[in-house]
Design a protein around this ligand. Structure first.
Ligand code: ATP
Ligand code: MG
Length: 262
C-alpha cells in the first residue's frame, strides 16, 4: 500500500460517519487493520458514545476520556489539584494516559460521562485531542457518533478524509446526503468526502448505484452483504480478525488505496 499522504508531519485524519447501524464500525476497524499492516503509527479513536469499536478491534478498555474527565472534575471539587497546577495540562496528561497501546495500533475511546453528564462535553474535547495527538501518528481513524452532530459541533472539521457509510435504506442514504449538504452549509472543507455503500445485495446493485449517484458524494466503494461478517457477529469475534483474503477486507483495501492515493 503506497501512499503519498502518510508521509507528512501531521497524521492523515480519516473520519467514518453515517447513520447508526450502517457499518461505520466495520469500515473503521478494517481500515485500522489495514493501516496497521503498513507498520506506520496508527491511532484509532472511538468517538461514538455507544462505542463498539473496541470490540471490533478486540481491545479491552479500562478507561475512556469520559472517565478521565469525571476523575478530574471530582479531584477539582475535592481540592485535590495542587495550587498553581494548570487544569488543562493535567487533562492533557491524563488523556495521554488513557491511550491504549497494542502491538499494531493505539486506541482512544471517548466514552460518555457518568450519570446525567452531557455527552457533548466529552465530544467537544475531540477536536483538541486530535490537534494534540496529530503529530504523534501517521494516521488517525475516527469512528464517529451516528448522525450529523459531529459536523454541527465541528468536532470533525479538521479531518482530511470523511468517509460517509450508508446501507441501502432510504434513511441511510438520506443521512449521507444530509452530511454532504451540511458540510457545505457549514463550510467544512474536507480534503476529500467519499461515500461507501455497504450491505448491498447483488440484485439491488444497479438501482442503488443510480440512486446514490444523485446525492452529490463520490462513491468510493461498494461492499456487499457478507456472510462472514454476520458469522463473526454471531460468534462475537472481533472483526479485525477477518482474514486478509476475505471479501470485506479486500474491498476496504481497495477503498484505502483509492482514498490515500488520489
Ligand atoms: N457488509 C456487511 N455484511 C454483513 N453484515 C454487516 C456488513 N457491514 C456491517 N454489518 C453488520 O451490521 C451491523 C452494523 O454494523 P456496524 O456496527 O459496523 O455499524 P455502525 O454504523 O457502527 O453502527 P452503530 O451506529 O450502532 O455504531 C453489525 O452487526 C455489523 O457486523
Ligand atoms: Mg459503531
Amino acid at each position: 500500500m503506497v501512499n503519498k499522504f502518510i508521509n507528512g508531519v501531521d497524521a492523515v485524519i480519516i473520519a467514518v460517519s453515517g447513520k447508526g447501524g450502517t457499518g461505520k464500525t466495520m469500515v473503521s476497524s478494517t481500515l485500522v487493520k489495514l493501516l496497521a499492516q503498513t507498520g506506520k503509527d496508527i491511532l484509532a479513536i472511538d468517538a461514538d458514545p455507544d462505542s463498539n469499536l473496541p470490540e471490533a478491534l478486540g481491545v479491552p478498555v479500562e478507561k475512556t476520556v469520559g472517565d478521565v474527565r469525571e476523575e478530574l472534575k471530582k479531584d477539582t471539587a475535592a481540592g485535590n489539584i495542587p495550587a498553581g497546577a494548570n487544569k488543562w495540562d493535567i487533562l492533557d496528561y491524563k488523556i495521554m494516559e488513557s491511550v491504549i497501546e497494542t502491538p499494531g495500533f493505539d486506541l482512544l475511546v471517548m466514552g460518555r460521562p457518568e450519570g446525567s453528564g452531557c455527552y457533548c462535553a466529552v465530544n467537544n474535547m475531540l477536536r483538541k485531542i486530535i490537534e494534540t495527538l496529530s503529530s504523534n501518528y501517521d494516521a488517525i481513524v475516527i469512528d464517529t457518533e451516528a448522525g450529523l452532530e459531529h459536523l454541527s459541533r465541528r468536532t470533525t472539521q479538521n479531518v482530511d478524509i470523511m468517509l460517509v457509510v450508508t446501507d441501502p435504506s432510504h434513511r441511510g442514504i438520506l443521512t449521507a446526503q444530509r452530511i454532504g449538504e451540511l458540510a457545505k452549509e457549514l463550510e467544512i472543507n474536507f480534503k476529500k468526502l467519499y461515500l461507501v455503500l455497504n450491505r448491498v445485495k447483488k440484485e439491488d446493485e444497479e438501482e442503488l448505484r443510480n440512486k446514490v449517484a444523485e446525492i452529490g458524494i463520490d462513491l468510493v466503494g461498494l461492499i456487499y452483504e457478507d456472510a462472514l461478517i454476520s458469522e463473526y457477529d454471531m460468534e462475537g469475534k472481533p472483526l479485525i480478525e477477518l482474514p486478509d483474503d476475505s471479501y470485506p477486507v479486500k474491498t476496504v483495501s481497495e477503498i484505502v488505496d483509492k482514498i490515500l492515493n488520489s
